[in-house]
Design a protein around this ligand. Structure first.
Ligand code: ZN
Ligand code: ZN
Ligand code: ZN
Length: 367
Protein backbone atom coordinates (compact mmCIF):
# COMPACT_ATOMS: atom_id res chain seq x y z
CA UNK A 1 0.00 0.00 0.00
CA UNK A 2 1.27 3.46 -0.80
CA UNK A 3 2.64 5.49 2.09
CA UNK A 4 1.45 8.72 0.46
CA UNK A 5 -2.02 9.25 1.88
CA UNK A 6 -2.77 11.61 -0.98
CA UNK A 7 -3.47 8.53 -3.11
CA UNK A 8 -6.54 7.78 -0.99
CA UNK A 9 -7.70 11.40 -0.81
CA UNK A 10 -7.54 11.54 -4.59
CA UNK A 11 -9.48 8.28 -4.97
CA UNK A 12 -12.21 9.54 -2.61
CA UNK A 13 -12.45 12.76 -4.60
CA UNK A 14 -12.95 10.73 -7.79
CA UNK A 15 -15.51 8.48 -6.06
CA UNK A 16 -17.51 11.55 -4.98
CA UNK A 17 -17.47 12.84 -8.55
CA UNK A 18 -18.92 9.54 -9.81
CA UNK A 19 -21.60 9.69 -7.10
CA UNK A 20 -22.60 13.16 -8.27
CA UNK A 21 -22.62 12.08 -11.92
CA UNK A 22 -24.92 9.15 -11.08
CA UNK A 23 -27.21 11.08 -8.75
CA UNK A 24 -26.23 8.90 -5.78
CA UNK A 25 -26.10 10.27 -2.23
CA UNK A 26 -23.27 8.28 -0.70
CA UNK A 27 -21.12 5.19 -0.61
CA UNK A 28 -21.38 3.15 2.59
CA UNK A 29 -18.45 0.73 2.79
CA UNK A 30 -17.97 -1.97 5.40
CA UNK A 31 -14.54 -3.61 5.92
CA UNK A 32 -13.27 -5.06 2.68
CA UNK A 33 -11.39 -4.10 -0.45
CA UNK A 34 -13.54 -1.09 -1.41
CA UNK A 35 -12.86 0.44 2.00
CA UNK A 36 -9.17 -0.48 1.75
CA UNK A 37 -8.99 1.09 -1.70
CA UNK A 38 -10.55 4.38 -0.61
CA UNK A 39 -9.11 4.67 2.90
CA UNK A 40 -5.96 2.53 2.99
CA UNK A 41 -7.51 0.87 6.01
CA UNK A 42 -8.02 -2.88 6.37
CA UNK A 43 -10.17 -4.22 9.16
CA UNK A 44 -11.38 -7.73 9.88
CA UNK A 45 -15.14 -8.21 9.76
CA UNK A 46 -16.87 -8.22 13.12
CA UNK A 47 -20.33 -7.59 14.55
CA UNK A 48 -19.32 -4.02 15.37
CA UNK A 49 -19.99 -1.68 12.45
CA UNK A 50 -17.03 -0.01 10.81
CA UNK A 51 -18.25 2.00 7.83
CA UNK A 52 -16.65 4.53 5.52
CA UNK A 53 -19.26 7.02 4.35
CA UNK A 54 -18.20 8.88 1.20
CA UNK A 55 -20.70 11.58 0.28
CA UNK A 56 -21.51 13.06 -3.10
CA UNK A 57 -20.65 16.38 -1.45
CA UNK A 58 -17.00 15.30 -1.17
CA UNK A 59 -17.04 14.46 2.54
CA UNK A 60 -15.60 11.20 3.84
CA UNK A 61 -16.11 9.96 7.38
CA UNK A 62 -15.11 6.72 9.03
CA UNK A 63 -17.71 5.43 11.46
CA UNK A 64 -15.66 3.35 13.83
CA UNK A 65 -16.15 1.54 17.15
CA UNK A 66 -14.49 3.46 19.97
CA UNK A 67 -12.03 0.64 20.65
CA UNK A 68 -10.82 0.69 17.02
CA UNK A 69 -10.51 4.46 16.89
CA UNK A 70 -6.81 4.77 17.91
CA UNK A 71 -5.77 2.25 15.28
CA UNK A 72 -7.83 3.95 12.57
CA UNK A 73 -6.45 7.36 13.51
CA UNK A 74 -2.87 6.07 13.25
CA UNK A 75 -3.44 4.48 9.85
CA UNK A 76 -5.73 7.10 8.29
CA UNK A 77 -5.05 10.32 10.21
CA UNK A 78 -6.58 12.61 7.57
CA UNK A 79 -10.00 10.91 7.71
CA UNK A 80 -12.81 12.44 9.72
CA UNK A 81 -13.97 9.96 12.34
CA UNK A 82 -17.24 9.39 14.15
CA UNK A 83 -16.70 6.95 16.99
CA UNK A 84 -19.46 5.05 18.69
CA UNK A 85 -19.50 3.46 22.13
CA UNK A 86 -20.77 0.02 23.03
CA UNK A 87 -24.33 1.18 23.78
CA UNK A 88 -24.70 3.66 20.90
CA UNK A 89 -26.59 2.98 17.66
CA UNK A 90 -23.87 2.92 14.96
CA UNK A 91 -26.45 2.73 12.16
CA UNK A 92 -27.99 6.02 13.21
CA UNK A 93 -24.50 7.54 13.21
CA UNK A 94 -23.82 6.28 9.67
CA UNK A 95 -27.27 7.36 8.45
CA UNK A 96 -26.77 10.88 9.83
CA UNK A 97 -23.77 11.28 7.52
CA UNK A 98 -25.88 10.74 4.38
CA UNK A 99 -26.85 14.31 3.55
CA UNK A 100 -27.43 14.45 -0.20
CA UNK A 101 -30.54 13.27 -1.96
CA UNK A 102 -30.51 10.00 -3.86
CA UNK A 103 -29.84 6.31 -3.44
CA UNK A 104 -27.05 4.94 -1.27
CA UNK A 105 -24.49 2.41 -2.50
CA UNK A 106 -23.47 -0.40 -0.14
CA UNK A 107 -20.26 -2.42 -0.53
CA UNK A 108 -20.94 -5.66 -2.41
CA UNK A 109 -19.56 -7.87 0.35
CA UNK A 110 -21.30 -6.15 3.26
CA UNK A 111 -22.81 -8.54 5.80
CA UNK A 112 -26.60 -8.88 5.81
CA UNK A 113 -26.51 -7.71 9.46
CA UNK A 114 -25.23 -4.31 8.30
CA UNK A 115 -27.27 -4.13 5.09
CA UNK A 116 -30.59 -4.69 6.84
CA UNK A 117 -29.73 -2.41 9.74
CA UNK A 118 -28.57 0.42 7.44
CA UNK A 119 -31.70 0.04 5.31
CA UNK A 120 -33.80 0.42 8.46
CA UNK A 121 -31.79 3.50 9.47
CA UNK A 122 -32.26 5.07 6.02
CA UNK A 123 -36.00 4.71 5.34
CA UNK A 124 -37.06 5.86 1.90
CA UNK A 125 -33.59 5.43 0.39
CA UNK A 126 -33.03 2.80 -2.22
CA UNK A 127 -29.83 0.79 -1.87
CA UNK A 128 -27.60 -0.21 -4.79
CA UNK A 129 -24.25 -2.01 -5.11
CA UNK A 130 -21.13 0.07 -4.51
CA UNK A 131 -19.26 -1.75 -7.28
CA UNK A 132 -21.25 0.37 -9.73
CA UNK A 133 -19.01 3.21 -8.49
CA UNK A 134 -15.89 1.57 -7.10
CA UNK A 135 -15.26 -0.82 -10.02
CA UNK A 136 -14.96 2.21 -12.29
CA UNK A 137 -11.95 3.25 -10.22
CA UNK A 138 -10.51 -0.09 -9.18
CA UNK A 139 -10.54 -1.62 -12.70
CA UNK A 140 -8.12 1.02 -13.97
CA UNK A 141 -4.95 0.33 -12.05
CA UNK A 142 -2.63 3.15 -11.09
CA UNK A 143 1.07 2.64 -11.99
CA UNK A 144 2.03 1.74 -8.40
CA UNK A 145 -0.75 -0.88 -8.36
CA UNK A 146 0.62 -2.49 -11.54
CA UNK A 147 4.06 -2.57 -9.94
CA UNK A 148 2.54 -4.30 -6.89
CA UNK A 149 0.81 -6.86 -9.15
CA UNK A 150 4.06 -7.37 -11.07
CA UNK A 151 6.02 -8.00 -7.87
CA UNK A 152 3.54 -10.48 -6.44
CA UNK A 153 3.25 -12.29 -9.81
CA UNK A 154 7.03 -12.61 -9.97
CA UNK A 155 7.01 -14.10 -6.48
CA UNK A 156 4.42 -16.68 -7.59
CA UNK A 157 6.54 -17.47 -10.66
CA UNK A 158 9.55 -18.17 -8.45
CA UNK A 159 7.46 -20.45 -6.22
CA UNK A 160 6.37 -22.41 -9.29
CA UNK A 161 9.93 -22.74 -10.60
CA UNK A 162 10.92 -24.27 -7.27
CA UNK A 163 7.93 -26.55 -6.73
CA UNK A 164 8.43 -28.38 -10.05
CA UNK A 165 11.92 -29.41 -8.91
CA UNK A 166 10.39 -31.22 -5.93
CA UNK A 167 8.89 -34.68 -5.53
CA UNK A 168 5.28 -35.36 -6.54
CA UNK A 169 4.84 -39.11 -7.07
CA UNK A 170 3.86 -40.95 -3.88
CA UNK A 171 3.03 -37.80 -1.92
CA UNK A 172 -0.40 -36.58 -0.91
CA UNK A 173 -1.92 -33.53 -2.60
CA UNK A 174 -2.02 -31.70 0.72
CA UNK A 175 1.71 -32.28 1.26
CA UNK A 176 2.52 -30.71 -2.11
CA UNK A 177 0.11 -27.88 -1.24
CA UNK A 178 1.96 -27.27 2.03
CA UNK A 179 5.24 -27.05 0.08
CA UNK A 180 3.65 -24.55 -2.28
CA UNK A 181 2.38 -22.40 0.61
CA UNK A 182 5.85 -22.35 2.18
CA UNK A 183 7.45 -21.45 -1.16
CA UNK A 184 4.97 -18.62 -1.72
CA UNK A 185 5.96 -17.16 1.66
CA UNK A 186 9.67 -17.68 1.08
CA UNK A 187 9.40 -15.90 -2.25
CA UNK A 188 7.76 -12.84 -0.75
CA UNK A 189 4.05 -13.45 -0.16
CA UNK A 190 2.72 -12.15 3.14
CA UNK A 191 -0.48 -14.19 2.97
CA UNK A 192 -1.25 -17.42 1.13
CA UNK A 193 -4.83 -17.41 -0.14
CA UNK A 194 -5.13 -20.83 -1.82
CA UNK A 195 -3.04 -23.74 -3.07
CA UNK A 196 -4.98 -26.07 -5.35
CA UNK A 197 -3.19 -29.34 -6.11
CA UNK A 198 -5.59 -31.35 -8.28
CA UNK A 199 -4.02 -34.64 -9.34
CA UNK A 200 -5.21 -37.15 -11.91
CA UNK A 201 -9.04 -37.28 -12.07
CA UNK A 202 -9.24 -34.52 -9.44
CA UNK A 203 -7.91 -32.13 -12.08
CA UNK A 204 -11.29 -32.30 -13.83
CA UNK A 205 -12.76 -30.22 -10.97
CA UNK A 206 -11.54 -26.64 -11.53
CA UNK A 207 -11.78 -25.73 -7.83
CA UNK A 208 -10.82 -29.11 -6.43
CA UNK A 209 -10.49 -29.29 -2.66
CA UNK A 210 -6.89 -30.38 -2.19
CA UNK A 211 -6.88 -33.55 -0.13
CA UNK A 212 -5.52 -36.95 0.77
CA UNK A 213 -5.07 -38.44 -2.68
CA UNK A 214 -1.55 -39.72 -3.36
CA UNK A 215 -0.07 -38.49 -6.61
CA UNK A 216 0.74 -41.34 -9.00
CA UNK A 217 3.03 -41.75 -11.95
CA UNK A 218 1.04 -40.87 -15.06
CA UNK A 219 -1.00 -38.13 -13.35
CA UNK A 220 -1.57 -34.72 -14.84
CA UNK A 221 -1.65 -32.22 -11.94
CA UNK A 222 -3.28 -28.80 -11.98
CA UNK A 223 -1.41 -26.41 -9.65
CA UNK A 224 -3.35 -23.17 -9.01
CA UNK A 225 -2.09 -20.95 -6.23
CA UNK A 226 -1.82 -17.40 -5.02
CA UNK A 227 -1.75 -14.98 -2.15
CA UNK A 228 -0.90 -11.39 -1.40
CA UNK A 229 2.06 -9.10 -1.03
CA UNK A 230 1.44 -5.50 -0.04
CA UNK A 231 -2.31 -6.22 -0.27
CA UNK A 232 -2.16 -7.12 -4.00
CA UNK A 233 -3.03 -10.62 -5.19
CA UNK A 234 -1.25 -13.26 -7.24
CA UNK A 235 -3.02 -16.09 -9.06
CA UNK A 236 -1.24 -18.51 -11.37
CA UNK A 237 -2.00 -21.97 -12.76
CA UNK A 238 0.28 -24.43 -14.46
CA UNK A 239 -0.40 -28.06 -15.31
CA UNK A 240 2.43 -30.55 -14.84
CA UNK A 241 2.72 -34.26 -15.57
CA UNK A 242 4.33 -37.00 -13.50
CA UNK A 243 6.57 -38.80 -15.98
CA UNK A 244 6.30 -38.78 -19.76
CA UNK A 245 2.79 -37.59 -20.80
CA UNK A 246 0.67 -39.59 -23.25
CA UNK A 247 -0.27 -37.99 -26.58
CA UNK A 248 -3.78 -37.09 -25.40
CA UNK A 249 -2.54 -35.05 -22.43
CA UNK A 250 0.03 -33.35 -24.65
CA UNK A 251 -2.70 -32.57 -27.18
CA UNK A 252 -5.09 -31.10 -24.61
CA UNK A 253 -2.28 -29.06 -23.06
CA UNK A 254 -1.33 -27.74 -26.48
CA UNK A 255 -4.97 -26.78 -27.14
CA UNK A 256 -5.21 -24.88 -23.86
CA UNK A 257 -1.93 -23.13 -24.57
CA UNK A 258 -3.10 -22.07 -28.01
CA UNK A 259 -6.38 -20.87 -26.46
CA UNK A 260 -4.41 -18.71 -24.06
CA UNK A 261 -2.29 -17.31 -26.90
CA UNK A 262 -5.47 -16.49 -28.86
CA UNK A 263 -6.78 -14.66 -25.79
CA UNK A 264 -3.57 -12.66 -25.46
CA UNK A 265 -3.85 -11.65 -29.11
CA UNK A 266 -7.50 -10.61 -28.66
CA UNK A 267 -6.97 -8.72 -25.38
CA UNK A 268 -6.25 -5.29 -26.79
CA UNK A 269 -7.43 -1.87 -25.73
CA UNK A 270 -11.00 -1.36 -26.93
CA UNK A 271 -11.85 -5.07 -27.24
CA UNK A 272 -14.81 -6.26 -25.17
CA UNK A 273 -14.24 -8.68 -22.29
CA UNK A 274 -16.72 -10.98 -24.03
CA UNK A 275 -14.66 -11.09 -27.24
CA UNK A 276 -11.51 -12.21 -25.39
CA UNK A 277 -13.43 -15.09 -23.81
CA UNK A 278 -14.75 -15.98 -27.27
CA UNK A 279 -11.25 -15.98 -28.82
CA UNK A 280 -9.99 -18.58 -26.33
CA UNK A 281 -13.21 -20.58 -26.49
CA UNK A 282 -13.00 -20.76 -30.30
CA UNK A 283 -9.68 -22.61 -30.13
CA UNK A 284 -11.02 -25.07 -27.56
CA UNK A 285 -14.25 -25.59 -29.52
CA UNK A 286 -12.32 -26.25 -32.75
CA UNK A 287 -10.28 -28.93 -30.97
CA UNK A 288 -13.51 -30.70 -30.01
CA UNK A 289 -13.59 -29.76 -26.32
CA UNK A 290 -16.42 -27.19 -26.40
CA UNK A 291 -18.30 -28.85 -23.53
CA UNK A 292 -15.18 -29.18 -21.40
CA UNK A 293 -14.30 -25.50 -20.85
CA UNK A 294 -16.82 -24.95 -18.09
CA UNK A 295 -15.86 -21.55 -16.69
CA UNK A 296 -15.29 -17.98 -17.80
CA UNK A 297 -11.91 -17.14 -19.29
CA UNK A 298 -10.81 -14.81 -16.53
CA UNK A 299 -11.37 -12.26 -13.81
CA UNK A 300 -9.93 -8.93 -12.82
CA UNK A 301 -7.41 -8.90 -10.00
CA UNK A 302 -6.07 -6.32 -7.60
CA UNK A 303 -6.94 -5.93 -3.93
CA UNK A 304 -9.37 -8.83 -4.46
CA UNK A 305 -8.37 -12.11 -6.08
CA UNK A 306 -11.49 -11.91 -8.24
CA UNK A 307 -12.86 -8.48 -9.19
CA UNK A 308 -14.03 -6.54 -12.23
CA UNK A 309 -13.60 -6.86 -15.17
CA UNK A 310 -14.80 -10.43 -15.72
CA UNK A 311 -13.81 -12.02 -19.04
CA UNK A 312 -17.10 -13.78 -19.63
CA UNK A 313 -19.54 -14.15 -22.53
CA UNK A 314 -21.91 -11.19 -22.60
CA UNK A 315 -19.70 -8.71 -20.75
CA UNK A 316 -19.50 -5.69 -23.08
CA UNK A 317 -16.98 -3.89 -20.85
CA UNK A 318 -14.19 -2.60 -23.09
CA UNK A 319 -10.61 -3.21 -22.06
CA UNK A 320 -8.51 -0.16 -21.26
CA UNK A 321 -4.90 0.54 -20.47
CA UNK A 322 -4.27 -0.33 -16.83
CA UNK A 323 -6.82 -3.13 -16.56
CA UNK A 324 -5.40 -6.29 -14.97
CA UNK A 325 -7.04 -9.70 -15.24
CA UNK A 326 -6.39 -13.42 -15.44
CA UNK A 327 -6.38 -15.36 -18.70
CA UNK A 328 -7.10 -18.95 -17.70
CA UNK A 329 -8.54 -21.31 -20.27
CA UNK A 330 -9.00 -24.94 -19.25
CA UNK A 331 -10.25 -28.31 -20.41
CA UNK A 332 -11.78 -30.69 -17.84
CA UNK A 333 -12.39 -34.33 -18.71
CA UNK A 334 -14.57 -35.84 -16.01
CA UNK A 335 -13.10 -38.86 -14.21
CA UNK A 336 -9.81 -38.52 -16.12
CA UNK A 337 -7.79 -35.30 -15.94
CA UNK A 338 -7.83 -31.55 -16.40
CA UNK A 339 -5.54 -28.90 -17.85
CA UNK A 340 -5.55 -25.19 -17.03
CA UNK A 341 -2.98 -22.49 -17.76
CA UNK A 342 -3.40 -19.14 -16.04
CA UNK A 343 -1.45 -15.90 -16.15
CA UNK A 344 -2.21 -12.43 -14.88
CA UNK A 345 -2.02 -9.88 -17.69
CA UNK A 346 -2.31 -6.11 -17.83
CA UNK A 347 -3.23 -3.87 -20.75
CA UNK A 348 -0.09 -1.80 -21.26
CA UNK A 349 0.44 1.71 -22.60
CA UNK A 350 0.76 0.22 -26.11
CA UNK A 351 -2.77 -1.17 -25.82
CA UNK A 352 -1.69 -4.82 -25.75
CA UNK A 353 -1.97 -7.43 -23.02
CA UNK A 354 1.34 -7.88 -21.24
CA UNK A 355 1.82 -10.99 -19.10
CA UNK A 356 2.85 -10.35 -15.50
CA UNK A 357 3.58 -14.07 -15.07
CA UNK A 358 6.57 -15.46 -16.91
CA UNK A 359 6.73 -19.02 -15.53
CA UNK A 360 7.29 -21.52 -18.34
CA UNK A 361 4.04 -22.37 -20.16
CA UNK A 362 5.29 -25.74 -21.41
CA UNK A 363 3.91 -28.94 -19.86
CA UNK A 364 6.51 -29.58 -17.15
CA UNK A 365 7.49 -33.18 -16.50
CA UNK A 366 7.92 -33.80 -12.78
CA UNK A 367 9.06 -36.71 -10.68
ZN1 ZN B 1 -10.61 -20.26 -10.07
ZN1 ZN C 1 -6.10 -19.38 -10.22
ZN1 ZN D 1 -7.83 -17.02 -11.42
Amino acid sequence: MPIDRGVFTDRRRRASAILRARGLAALLLAPGSDLAYLAGYRMFGSERLTCLVVGADGTATLVVPELESPRARTIAPELDQRTWGETDDPYAVAASLVRDTGDVALSDQMWALFVLSLQRALPGRRTVLASGVTAELRMRKEPHEIEALRAVAAAADRAYARVVRGQFAGRREREVAADLAALLREEGHEEVAFTIVASGPNGASPHHETGERRVERGDAIVLDFGGTRGWYCSDITRTVHVGEPPAEVRGVHDTVRRAQEAAYAAAVEGATASSVDAAARGVIDDAGYAASFIHRLGHGIGLDGHEHPYLVAGNQQRLETGMAFSIEPGVYLSGRFGVRIEDIAVIGADGRAEPLNHADHALAIVG
